[in-house]
Design a protein around this ligand. Structure first.
Ligand code: CA
Length: 224
């Protein structure tokens, strides 16, 4: 697997290269946005780690340009939390993002998660989590234990499980749960998520599947 690291901070780029290489990825580093875009349009990478602020051509432009001709998984890295909705939206089209400052370990985990969910093999994911969702009976199975979910909890878990690592804000979750365009308060979403987390924790107390992301929303993470 080839990972393109587009990052103008030399030190950060070499740390990422070191961590990702250790995991068996081949890394190509670009420190200039314009050069990166030209090269990425010629050479296909398996995943692009893309910084937002870059010399000459910024990350958002690169992402938008690449999306015109390619579905390559793109993870944006940014310190600008207020841009996140735009980055993940249709206009820019990134697959995920990581907030700076980040730990290299977190980046490696996120790269693997995005590659897993874009490799069109959802079975694999289920096998590694130990968590299985039966949508017909609204039951969740973890390590031989079983729990019942409400319709809302089922929809919440199904949505987040489909894209591990992706952060959903409350509006996005609300739109998934209530197909009738109903608007509910953030507190309502929070209380449904809270109950869902309690149910999962009653099955496996030592594992967190759903994580809250301060100021943004919630995400499902594959444990371990
Ligand atoms: Ca930068």
């Amino acid at each position: 697997m080839n990972i393109a690291i587009v990052e103008d901070e030399e030190k950060l780029a070499s740390i990422l290269t070191e961590y990702l290489s250790r995991e068996g990825f081949d890394c190509e580093h670009y420190d200039n946005g314009k050069v990166a875009l030209q090269q990425l349009q010629l050479d296909k990478a398996d995943l692009v780690l893309l910084d937002l602020m870059l010399p000459e051509t910024d990350g958002m432009t690169i992402c938008r340009e690449l999306r015109k001709s390619s579905n390559v998984p793109i993870i944006m890295t940014t310190a600008r939390v207020e841009e996140i909705d735009r980055l993940l939206g249709l206009e820019v089209g990134a697959d995920d993002y990581i907030c700076k400052p980040y730990s290299p370990r977190e980046v490696v985990a996120r790269v693997k998660a995005v590659l897993r969910r874009t490799s069109e093999n959802p079975q694999q994911e289920q096998a590694t989590t130990g968590l299985q969702l039966d949508t017909d009976t609204a039951k969740v199975h973890i390590n031989g234990k079983e729990g019942s979910l409400t319709a809302v909890e089922l929809e919440l878990l199904k949505t987040m499980m489909a894209t591990p690592g992706r952060i959903y804000n409350r509006t996005q979750l609300m739109n998934r749960i209530y197909k009738d365009n109903r608007v509910v308060s953030d507190r309502t979403i929070d209380s449904h998520v809270k109950k869902l987390r309690q149910k999962l924790q009653s099955l496996v107390p030592e594992t967190e599947y759903i994580h809250s992301v301060y100021g943004i929303g919630y995400k499902y993470e594959i444990p371990g």
